[in-house]
Every structure is written in structure tokens, then in C-alpha cells.
Design a binder for this molecule. Sequence first.
Ligand SMILES: Nc1ncnc2c1ncn2[C@@H]1O[C@H](COP(=O)(O)OP(=O)(O)O)[C@@H](O)[C@H]1O
Ligand SMILES: [Mg+2]
Length: 250
Amino acid sequence: MEGVTVRFAGLTALDDVSLTVAPGSIHALIGPNGAGKSTCFNVLSGVYQTAAGSVRYGGTELTTLDPHRIAALGIARTFQNIVLTRGTVADNLMLGRHTLTKAGFAATALRLPHTVREQRLHRARVREIAEFTGLGALVDTPVASLPYGHRKRVELARALCMEPRLLLLDEPVAGMNSTERRGMARTITAVREALGISILIVEHDMGMIMRLADEVTVLDFGRRIGGGTPGEVQQDPAVVRAYLGTKEDA
Ligand SMILES: Nc1ncnc2c1ncn2[C@@H]1O[C@H](COP(=O)(O)OP(=O)(O)O)[C@@H](O)[C@H]1O
Ligand SMILES: [Mg+2]
């Protein structure tokens, strides 16, 4: 993102924000509530229009593309507030596959839509991703009966089913207990290490950011107020003043 500005009727949600996610890295986006973190995600995934600036993925300008096209380029996201209530785990993961097909991104092996063979391949891939995300034993379980921590995992797995190269995670451990948090942190590390997927993550848990992130960008009131390695931002007086010093999100 370069010089991105987003406005809503008088409110500047993002003001000239630049950030770069290095390929294969985990990049954290932090800042107080209302800082513009989710707005960044909505810009990256094509949901919000920018008033100024440029968003490039590889060589492709994203600001003029709709969400389907952006998903097709390999950018998938999870949502801050999950609303998974229907179907089994497998059904929800298949939704990720359908988005992929609808976007015309059917990978080379999945050329023929609506064929039995394609469905079988999708189901096999869904099973693999379920195993990878620790949901292997739960594929036939209705999501409504899963504990919250597992539903957050389904949300992650659904995004992985879109075969992204860049994954946007909006508060993936919010509301989880410490055991669930540690497990999710391990899974996120594995996504980067085993699958080579670049990750942009919004998270309030600073301990987790310190352990996971290669680089951090700090937003406050829509502005980029700092950035660097986790160690650097922790020492930055402006960041401490705006964010780390407060306990509101702890
Ligand atoms: N669709 C929208 N319409 C109007 N205001 C919005 C919209 N989305 C976000 N905002 C405003 O933009 C600011 C940044 O919000 P957001 O990106 O959700 O913050 P964060 O995720 O950092 O908590 C807030 O003041 C929020 O109220
Ligand atoms: Mg948010």
C-alpha cells in the first residue's frame, strides 16, 4: 500500500498510509481500536474504495478491482467477527473452494467445473486443509456445535481453501483462551513455514505479535505512526504513548 487514504463522510479512516508485506513474511498491523486496521483489510480485499493512493500485489494494481478478482489473484481474508452457524466444517470449507471456482481461479488441476471429479478433488483438498488446521477429526461436525476457538480455526481453514498466496488475518485469536491462542499461533507459523503463504495479521495480543511477526506497522487515528521489527516498535516512544502504554485492549 502506498499513500492510501480512505474517507467516510468527513471521517478520514486512513490518511496517507504506506506499508509493504515482504513475500513469505508475517507482518503485523497494530493500533488502538478505530485506528484503521480493518479498513486496511477492506482496502486490500477490494471492499472499500480509496480516495487516494495505490495498492499493488506483485505488479497488479488492486484499487480498481472488485473483491472477486482480488481473491482470484490469491488474497484471502478472515473476518474479525465470525458468523459461522450453518453446515458442517466440511461445508464451510467447501465455500472457500466455491469462491475460488466462481472467481475463475480453478487451479490447473480443477479445470472442469461442476464435474464429479472436480468435486472429489475439492473434497480431498478440504480434508487436507482440515488436517493441517487441526480440524481433521471434525470435518463432519456442525460448526454451530463447535467451541468458539474451533470456529476461529474453521474461519482460517476456509480462507486457506481459497489457496491464497497472501492471507489477511483480522484478530485471529480474539476471545480465545491462552491454550487456544498458543495453538493458533503454531498453526499460523505453520501456514507461513509449510505453505509459504505471506501473512498480514491484525492482533492486539502483543506477546503473540512479538513471537510471530517479522515486521510491524503501527496505526493511530488512520495514520502510520511507527513500524519496524517487534523489538523496535516496542521501544518506540510514539508507539508506547499511543498504544502499548494503554491497557484498553489487553
Ligand atoms: N464502512 C464504514 N463507514 C463509516 N465509517 C467507517 C466504516 N468502516 C470504518 N469506519 C470508521 O473508520 C475508523 C477506522 O475503523 P476500523 O478500520 O474498523 O478500525 P480498527 O479495525 O483499527 O479498530 C473508525 O472510526 C470507524 O468508525
Ligand atoms: Mg478492526
